[in-house]
Design a protein around this ligand. Structure first.
Ligand code: MG
Length: 388
């Protein structure tokens, strides 16, 4: 089996998914996904095609090394996924077997549910503007709306759910500074309390701060939400200063989770070795290739830290993450961020449905075990799917 062509897609859907397809002379293709909104220059795509043409897709690591000076790391992560899919198809083995075996047969997904409404980039930007212009508290950010949405989400079978508390609010005194106003803190606590009451004691609840707060106020949040028994408090402070994250983690009595914007094993090294977080959430595939994220998970396992990968992707990278999460012992939950896209499951012919009652079965079919419905995918692209 030799590589004959590489294709990279236009941005798909509201999050800007970017697919990679690698074709071979056997007529078999591998599919991968680069991080959201990855862009590729025509010359870059030409260099990638030239570097991979005629090569065996089984030689994954040396092929990726040969691309390091030819393409940006985001594209290389998508190519790695497509090469692994092809390798599995050639060896007639699922990706989890290539990664060393599976610890579990199904992957527990958690629903990132935002607030009283699911998050989408345009709707969110409009709401931010509306709050700034009107000075009004929006209905979708009231505790009752959080609770209503939480009840809707768990009806779909999720046993874990995440909400944002850094929502646009007129109660802030300053839009730039990281301090909380008393009313803002009260609004946060009321929202978290309403969700916990709505979902009951046994559904796991995570809360995302999006790196919005200073150390002192992040700790105020951590202490105030302690009664609601969180699965984690996410990005309470900006993630790149490991010392401040370590201070919050050591003083908070709720688990602290971070890492969605960090990259590569060196991006996680200090965070993990200084135990500056209780849970890490490498993003598939923004934090690295599938094998790189497995290395990050192995580093975390040495420090008895679980991973809960961040994930906003199409079914392609989501299924790659499913194989990865099956293949590491220290897995907590995998994100599902597409609750607002009822067509997400329709993008696959097989498996069908992909996500069912809060879980994704780990495929046993070769490679990713995914057959995309390209007609369905094309409905969410402006122009032809593949770049010239
Ligand atoms: Mg986050």
């Amino acid at each position: 089996m030799k590589i004959t062509n590489v294709n990279i897609s236009r941005h798909i859907g509201p999050f800007g998914w970017c697919l990679v397809q690698i074709d071979t002379d056997d007529g078999v293709s591998g599919i991968g996904e680069a991080p959201l909104r990855t862009t590729v220059q025509p010359e870059e795509l030409g260099r990638v095609r030239a570097a991979l043409a005629g090569q065996s897709p089984l030689n994954v690591e040396p092929l990726l090394l040969s691309l390091q000076r030819q393409a940006n790391p985001a594209i290389i992560n998508g190519i790695e996924m497509a090469l692994l899919d092809l390798s599995g198809k050639q060896m007639n083995a699922p990706l989890w077997a290539i990664l060393g075996g599976k610890y579990r047969n199904r992957i527990r997904m958690y629903s990132d549910s935002h607030a009283g409404i699911d998050w989408d980039p345009i709707g969110f930007a409009n709401r931010v503007r509306e709050v700034q212009e009107t000075g009004q508290f929006l209905e979708v950010y009231r505790p009752e709306a959080f609770a209503r949405h939480a009840r809707e989400v768990i009806q779909h079978g999720f046993t874990a759910i995440k909400f944002d508390i850094d929502f646009p609010t007129p109660t802030r005194y300053d839009m730039v500074d990281r301090s909380l106003s008393p009313a803002e803190l009260r609004g946060i606590v009321d929202a978290v309390a309403a969700v916990r009451e709505a979902i009951g004691p046994d559904v796991d609840l995570a809360i995302d701060c999006h790196a919005r707060y200073n150390v002192a106020d992040a700790l105020r949040i951590a202490y105030e939400v302690e009664p609601f028994k969180l699965m984690w408090l996410e990005d309470p402070v900006p993630p790149r200063n490991v010392e401040t994250m370590a201070k919050v983690t050591s003083k908070a009595r709720v688990p602290i989770c971070t890492g969605e914007s960090l990259q590569g094993r060196h991006g996680f090294q200090e965070l993990v070795t200084k135990q500056a977080a209780d849970i890490i959430q490498p993003d598939t595939p923004r934090s690295g290739s599938i094998r790189e994220i497995k290395r990050i998970a192995e580093l975390a396992e040495m420090y008895h830290i679980s991973i809960a990968p961040h994930n906003m992707t199409s079914p392609v990278a989501t299924l790659a993450a499913v194989h990865l999460c099956a293949a590491v012992p220290n897995f907590l939950a995998l994100e599902f961020h597409c609750g607002g896209m009822p067509w997400w499951n329709d993008l696959a012919i097989r498996p069908k449905p992909i996500l069912d009652r809060g879980y994704i079965l780990v495929p046993d079919a070769p490679g990713l075990g995914l057959e995309l419905d390209f007609d369905a995918v094309r409905e969410h692209v402006n122009g032809p799917l593949w770049l010239e």
